[in-house]
Design a protein around this ligand. Structure first.
Ligand SMILES: [Zn+2]
Length: 56
């Protein structure tokens, strides 16, 4: 999965989320980077609560 550091913005790929950023060393700053499609999907869910979730 793609990960990103919320402190320094460093992006990398890893099988699991490390405790500290490998670049700046900030603890707990690493989160999964959302793909553009995931961001679109979240907006779609917010604006369309009809219950007919597509995909998956
Ligand atoms: Zn960092």
């Amino acid at each position: 999965m793609k990960l990103v550091c919320n402190k320094c913005g460093y992006r990398f790929e890893s099988e699991r989320i490390p405790e500290v950023c490998p670049y700046c060393g900030e603890r707990g700053a690493i989160t999964r980077e959302k793909s553009a499609q995931e961001i679109i999907d979240e907006v779609a869910v917010d604006t369309d609560k009809q219950g007919n979730k597509q995909g998956e």
